[in-house]
Design a protein around this ligand. Structure first.
Ligand code: ADP
Ligand code: MG
Length: 700
């Protein structure tokens, strides 16, 4: 085969033509023969199965039936004409319906002749099948075909331009016939033989034209493995390179700031998990490589203190540090907390936010550049180009999933070498996902809560139980506790959501009247100053109830609050519910989370609520979330690009992912530069992949 043939523009394939080529390009990104070959089916239909009309069920997906048309007529309806044929087999009858192409169908369809029809059925006073695929039984039996029919990704535009699934299959057949396509093997022989993989060529052929269930399964395994293997190879190589090439600032000193804080000012004993993580961090920053570490720890696990102690190490070594948070509320809280913790240490800490005045900024810029500012805390504002450091050695990013990759990389350029980076997240990322997404980050986990925390009791209550819930709130307030009451705010239904919030506030205000009770309300439409004022009243304990939208989700710390009521809980995602629940249970008192819903619940909502009631473990919750939503939806993974997988699925193919990672590490341990003879093919493929950015584009 001419190796360049796969680069042929798709327009040249017989049966494609300019109009279809255009829509293939715009809808599926298919420009060349090669791209078409790597359009993998989403699923397969078992065409060995035939249905009888009396076996049809209302839930049937696509079915295949043998029968005859006994009459055909045009029916005029309000919304236009349609062609209706009566189709029978020896068990019953149904209708075939066409909304387009009437003339052609009338002229070509044969009455009383056996056909094989295929399509989706609908039920309305009997079964019907719109726009069936049809083939004369006689022809059908003559044609050689595979038993499993591939179903390719499709869009409405594609089918409107005549690029139906059937058309794609025809194109694929044409392509394989025209090019006699063969692929060199893209995996090293020892891997292929150890894992008993089928060859690349066989895999590609069988993914489109499966000869049997068994070969299809092997083809899928082989292609999924390969896809995940090269991603892991890339991630691990990046990590090795970073460790070798990117010089970091070695923080070799453990000096007076760190020691004096540790000995005299630490307000509590560190948990073992916190100690372990600090050790891991010290190992990183003490070496000459740059640290790039993800710190995962459930809400309330005490990540802040770990961050602060790392910053003290930076200062001990003559460097500056910055801490970036996603919201003004959270940045503010970090600022106050860290000021308090370091008040006896004589270090200069400042806060920079979008709302900082010109005067404040001028001072901050000056102190940053002359080196007298030790710790800068802030929001996105710290990323601005105007913000220049004298000697930034460490950047900490809190609640990382709210920041984009691009923003993170801005921090890298704030010194002549990139500073050490510590990313802290309270949304536990399941290991599987972390492995694929952050394969080039090191991961630390705080898997232990500070002592004395009682686990939060979570219950699910219906709106009809509201009286009891209010009584419970009254009892807790009597004991001196405070209550959160959170309403959803979804952008699409913002106006309605604000109405819910206000209605809710009024009903609470009626049941808990002033002056005995005081209520705070906080939402996104308030001016920042008003918001801060209301928040402050609650923090100080002047109000007993805080009615709010999800603005309080991140970070807010009021240890005396013991009840979290989440209204319309069915509308929240799992990770959000877990974050919200984390606002209580911060003091020594027993805390509660009450999930309020209506009676109508989807099965996903039920699963989410049951999961919340069952467990407090963030990792457990994250796994369920991943299963419910799929990886694409989770915390900004869309932008990572890593998850643009063609065939593998990080959740379902978890085991293959682990195997792929194992082999990638094994190969690189033995041969980090891929220069051994046996790894030549890996090296070549890897280079091609780097060149084309897409692992499927290198094959020829
Ligand atoms: P998160 O990991 O959610 O950011 P924080 O750092 O805000 O958690 O810590 C939550 C609370 O627990 C804070 O009030 C903090 O002072 C406290 N805390 C942290 N570590 C410990 C510890 N080892 N012992 C007792 N309390 C701790
Ligand atoms: Mg935190």
């Amino acid at each position: 085969m001419n190796p360049n043939i796969l680069q042929t523009p798709i327009d040249y394939l017989k049966g494609v033509g300019p109009a279809r080529a255009d829509v293939l390009r715009s809808e599926l990104g298919i420009h060349t023969y090669q791209d078409l070959i790597h359009l993998f089916p989403n699923r397969y239909l078992d065409k060995t199965q035939y249905y009888k009309i009396n076996q049809l069920q209302r839930t049937s997906a696509e079915v295949q039936i043998v029968g005859k048309i006994i009459n055909i007529k045009t029916v005029a309806q309000k919304r236009g004409k349609r062609l209706v044929a009566k189709f029978i087999d020896n068990t019953g009858e149904m209708e075939l319906v066409w909304f387009r192409g009437h003339k052609w169908i009338r002229e070509n369809l044969k009455l009383n002749t056996p056909y094989v029809i295929f399509g989706k059925t609908k039920y309305y006073n009997g079964y019907s099948m719109p726009h069936p695929e049809m083939e004369l039984l006689e022809e059908h039996e003559k044609n050689l075909r595979t038993a499993m029919q591939p179903i390719y990704p499709s869009t409405e535009k594609l089918s409107n331009k005549g690029v139906t699934n059937r058309a794609v299959i025809k194109m694929m057949q044409q392509l394989f016939m025209e090019t006699k396509v063969r692929f060199y093997d893209t995996l090293a022989e020892d891997i292929v033989s150890e894992l008993k993989l089928i060859s690349k060529s066989e895999a590609i052929f069988n993914i489109h034209f499966p000869k049997s269930q068994e070969l299809l399964a092997k083809a899928q395994y082989r292609l999924k493995f390969e896809e995940l293997f090269y991603i892991q190879l890339q991630l691990i190589t990046k990590k090795i390179l970073r460790k070798q090439k990117i010089k970091g600032f070695p923080f070799t000193e453990v000096g007076t700031y760190f020691n004096s804080f540790y000995q005299n000012h630490l307000p509590f004993d560190l948990t073992n998990a916190q100690k372990k993580v600090i050790k891991e961090i010290r190992n990183d920053i003490g070496s000459s490589a740059q640290m790039n570490r993800l710190l995962q720890g459930d809400v309330g696990s005490g990540k802040t203190i770990v961050g602060l102690m790392t910053m003290l190490l930076a200062i001990d070594n003559g460097f500056q540090a910055c801490l970036m948070a996603p919201t003004a509320i959270l940045a503010n809280q970090h600022y106050k907390g860290i000021l308090e913790l370091t008040k006896d240490l004589k270090i200069n800490v400042k806060l920079l936010m979008g709302s900082s005045t010109t005067k404040e900024r001028r001072l901050i810029h000056e102190e940053l550049e002359n080196g007298s500012l030790h710790i800068l805390i802030g929001t996105h504002a710290v990323l601005e180009d105007k913000v220049k450091f004298h000697n930034l050695g460490l950047a900490i990013i809190d609640e990382q999933h709210r920041f984009g990759v691009a923003q993170r990389s801005k921090l890298w350029h704030k010194n002549r070498y990139p500073p050490h980076i510590l990313v802290m997240t309270a949304t536990p990322i399941p290991r599987t996902l972390a492995m694929s997404l952050y394969g080039d980050l090191d991961i630390s986990v705080i898997d232990e809560l500070p002592p004395g925390r009682k686990s939060i009791k979570t219950v699910h209550r219906y709106d009809s139980n509201r009286l009891q819930v209010f009584k419970f709130i009254a009892d807790e307030i009597k004991k001196g506790r405070q209550i959160y009451m959170v309403y959803p705010l979804i952008e699409e239904s913002e106006a309605l959501d604000y109405k819910d919030l206000m209605d809710g506030y009024e009903s609470v205000a009626r049941s808990f009247p002033a002056p005995e009770y005081q209520i705070s309300i906080v939402h996104g439409k308030m001016k920042p100053a008003a918001k801060d004022y209301e928040m402050e009243r609650f923090v100080k304990g002047e109000t007993q109830i805080m009615v709010a939208t999800t603005v309080i989700e991140v970070g807010v710390n009021v240890p005396n609050a013991s009840v979290m009521i989440i209204e319309s809980a069915e509308r929240f995602g799992l990770s959000q519910l877990h974050q919200l629940r984390g606002r209580v249970g911060r003091g020594a008192k027993q805390s509660y989370c009450i999930l309020m819903t209506g009676h109508k619940l989807s099965s996903d909502s039920k699963t989410r609520l049951e999961t919340m009631v069952r467990t407090n473990d963030g990792f457990d919750i994250a796994e369920v979330d991943l299963k419910l939503r799929g990886p694409g939806d989770i915390m900004g993974t869309q932008q990572s690009g890593v998850l643009n997988l063609k065939i593998a699925d990080i959740v379902r193919d978890n085991d293959i992912l682990k195997t792929a990672r194992y082999y990638a590490m094994k190969v690189l341990n033995e041969d980090p530069t891929l220069s051994l003879e046996k790894n030549k093919v890996l090296n070549y493929t890897y280079q091609q992949m780097a060149k084309y950015k897409n692992i499927w584009n290198y094959i020829s």
